[in-house]
Design a protein around this ligand. Structure first.
Ligand code: BV8
Length: 241
């Protein structure tokens, strides 16, 4: 019986909540409208902090007016049902939104950071920051450093590497939901699972760049496919829907 499920989510799980995806719709994704190298790198922030901060202010405001969808809610239900059956859900997200948490997920591993947090450039203290972040803002803790979004930019090391590797090593099922498989190291997790002999499932609107390595796939909107999949899994665990 599946006891420890490792779920990796990407922008597609939040698409139906109105948050942008990055590269899946030709010409419509965030990175089709904005150059990630000018907005999502430490060099871009050093060169033009105001422009980078304004980009994230706009996304933060959009997030605050968004709501979780049925996929987020189903994953929160899966976490609770697995826990009550003595199992475990490792929910790793590439997303910087808080929709998994707002849907009730208790343990969310944000490998690319969080849009509603800011980090001090001097003391590295991380603060909850659900409002605009001006370049002039100083750290509430050390009062000397400036602040940056607590987000992993391109060329920066993703967070929680060891925790993610340990979770993957003890998983008995791997599911990727709403991710294009274009960004590493997240895109490599499915291949790592396969190499560990863990069955893999892709849930996506359409086949991702790394679709070929999955053992199985279910295509359609996450708000439809994820609840149906969670129901199948939790019934097997004696879960209450
Ligand atoms: C690092 C935060 C090393 C910012 C992001 C190996 C090979 C090649 C390149 C590299 C490599 N290793 C490192 C790199 C470089 C780089 C990289 O991978 N580049 C790619 C583009 C080639 N990686 C990095 O820089 C990473 N750092 O490796 O550091 C290191 C070593 C030592 C010391 C220092 C450093 C850091 C990467 C993190 C960058 N930050 N996000 C922000 O958000 O502004 S990444 C960015 O892409 C997004 O944030 C997102 O998290 C990520 C992945 O995108 P997806 O979530 O998959 O979204 P996408 O739009 O692409 O796809 C959406 C999917 O949803 C589609 O499949 C679509 O079909 C589906 N969908 C749409 N609607 C629905 C749906 N599915 C279901 N239902 C729907 N309704």
């Amino acid at each position: 019986m599946t006891r420890h499920i490792f779920v990796l989510t990407g922008a597609g799980v939040s698409a139906e909540s109105g948050l942008g995806t990055f590269r899946d719709k030709a010409g419509e994704g965030i990175w089709a409208q904005f150059d990630p190298m000018k907005l999502a790198t430490p060099e871009a922030f050093a060169h033009d902090p105001e422009t980078v901060l304004a980009f994230y202010d706009a996304r933060r405001r959009n997030l605050l007016s968004a709501a979780p969808n049925a996929a987020h809610t189903a994953l929160a239900r899966l976490e609770a049902t697995l826990a009550s059956a003595g199992g475990e859900l490792s929910l790793v997200t590439q997303n910087i939104d808080d929709l998994h948490e707002r849907a009730g997920s208790q343990r969310v591993i944000h490998m690319h950071g969080e849009l509603l947090k800011a980090r001090c450039l001097n003391c590295e203290c991380v603060h909850l920051w659900p409002e605009d972040l001006p370049a002039s803002e100083s750290c509430p803790a050390c009062r000397t450093g400036g602040l940056r979004p607590h987000i992993v930019w391109f060329g920066e090391m993703p967070f929680h590497k060891d925790e993610i590797e340990q979770a993957l090593a003890r998983a008995d099922f791997f599911v990727a939901i709403g991710t294009s498989g274009a960004v590493y190291p997240a895109a490599g997790f499915a291949a790592e699972a396969r190499a560990l002999g863990i069955p893999t499932l892709e849930i996506n609107l359409k086949a991702a760049d790394n679709a070929v390595i999955f053992d199985a796939a279910r295509y359609g909107p996450a708000s439809v496919i994820v609840p149906a999949w969670v129901e199948e899994v939790t019934v097997g665990l004696g879960g209450k829907i």
